[in-house]
Design a binder for this molecule. Structure first.
Ligand code: ADP
Ligand code: ASP
Ligand code: MG
Length: 410
């Protein structure tokens, strides 16, 4: 008998029929004698619907009120799932984040979990109940409702599993595991049996939204066995493992390809090539709370240079506004923004011990006529910024070039 924390995502609880199907699944595990803690997301589309309602009223609503609003989606699904379990004869009890007491900091809309009180959950488990907890939400020290950022129910699941020392945290979603790339974009993507935490962390931070990045961080930090599985199809899913050695042995150099459409490129052209210029440009951007991702500065010619960097797409106009004044001050020729770009990244711990990965990547893209605008690398990843219109072609091309394609179905 083990203690399992299972998280069911939005699609998995998207209708009352699907909630009943989740109840059947949970009841099956309970029947086998496992202790069950279930985390659910809001019904699919609900969080987006709530955000749109807020935007009808105000472009940037108060973050505290935003959290009061968007946390309601998960309160609906915890209650419905408990009803469905009770209907099947299993005792169950629902908890909001505040009722468990998932204590977070007070950064509304992107709060971090600080502490979890497990007393209520333990008492229920001891009494044979299924515990059902609302994902994505917590409460700060003052009792204000907070939320954990989009996709945050994954983090709730992993954090509860860490707090309860669960035997496994299982993330049930609408795909049957972590794939070499998003299977909705590349139909020859392959499910991975295993992926290392390190690679999963890169994949998540480079745009693969199958797991929220904080969930992966948490699982790595607290050593939580983490598995991604399908709500709709039986199978072993994908295990996220600390076991790097074993993993790299027979693995290809590149394990996966991530991509992100949510970036925009800002260029300051014709800047006087002097010491301190990069900080003059990037400091006000940071002060405006805008996150900068890839940065490239050219070697100067004729005493001027260009600086290009990327930001979240939603921050592009704000960044251009912030920099218009700076550009005048430092004598730059112009500031431009381009939001028709995308970032494509190859990820693999095997890259540490193999040379020539970058040249394979660049020549594969060149062979398709795809121009690389920016490049950034780290030990286990290479990212390129390209025109958004080539994104899918680039992902498919790299998927083949690194030998990741599944055999076509017979
Ligand atoms: P949930 O609502 O269950 O949390 P998400 O939509 O957040 O589900 O995450 C699952 C989705 O992640 C899949 O439908 C898939 O399109 C996408 N995805 C992106 N990259 C990958 C990948 N490498 N492997 C599997 N799924 C991926
Ligand atoms: N409902 C939240 C969202 O859509 C949290 C989650 O589903 O993980 O982002
Ligand atoms: Mg998700």
């Amino acid at each position: 008998m083990s203690l399992l924390v299972q998280k069911y995502g939005g699609t998995s609880v998207g209708t009352t029929e699907r909630i009943e199907a989740v109840a059947d699944k949970v009841a099956g595990f309970r029947q086998q004698g496992h202790d069950m803690v279930i985390v659910v997301s809001a019904m699919s589309g609900e969080t987006n619907r709530l955000i749109a309602l807020a935007k009808d009223i105000q472009e940037t609503p108060d973050p505290r009120e935003m959290d009061v609003l968007v946390s309601t989606g998960e309160q609906v699904t915890i209650a419905l799932l408990c009803m469905a379990l009770k209907k099947r004869g299993w005792d169950a009890r629902s908890y909001t984040g505040g009722q468990v007491r998932i204590l977070t900091d007070d950064s509304h809309t992107k709060a971090r979990i600080q502490e979890i009180d497990e007393a209520n959950m333990r008492a229920d488990l001891d009494a044979g109940r299924v515990v059902v907890v609302a994902g994505f939400q917590g409460v700060d020290a003052q009792g204000n409702i907070t939320t954990l950022g989009r996709g945050g129910s994954d983090t709730t699941g992993v954090a509860l599993a860490a707090a309860l020392k669960a035997d496994e945290c299982q993330i049930y979603t609408d795909v049957d595991g972590v794939y070499t790339t998003d299977p909705r974009v590349v139909d020859r993507a392959r499910r991975l049996e295993k992926i290392t935490f390190e690679e999963m962390l890169e994949m998540a931070s480079l745009g693969s939204k199958v797991l929220q990045i904080r969930a992966v961080e948490f699982a790595g930090k607290y050593n939580v066995p983490l598995r991604v599985l399908s709500s709709f199809k039986e199978g072993p899913g994908t295990l996220i493992t600390l076991d790097e050695e074993e993993n790299t042995m027979e693995q290809p150099v590149v394990s996966g390809i991530a991509f992100n459409r949510d970036e925009a490129k800002i260029t300051l052209a014709g800047i006087p090539d002097l010491p301190g210029i990069a900080s003059k440009i990037l400091a006000p951007v940071g002060e405006a709370n805008i996150e900068v991702d890839v940065i490239v500065q050219n070697v100067g010619a004729d005493n001027t240079t260009d600086l290009t960097f990327t930001v979240n797409r939603g921050d592009m106009n704000k960044t251009v506004d912030v920099l218009s004044a700076v550009a005048k001050e430092i004598g730059a020729r112009e500031v431009t923004g381009d939001d028709a770009i995308a970032k494509v990244s190859i990820v693999g711990v095997g890259m540490r011990s193999h040379a020539g990965v970058a040249s394979t990547m660049f020549s594969a893209l060149a062979a398709e006529g795809i121009n690389i605008q920016m490049i950034t690398t780290s030990e286990i990843k290479i990212s390129v910024i390209i025109s958004e219109k080539y994104l899918e072609l680039a992902v498919r091309t790299l998927h083949s070039a690194f030998g990741l394609d599944a055999e076509p179905a017979a």
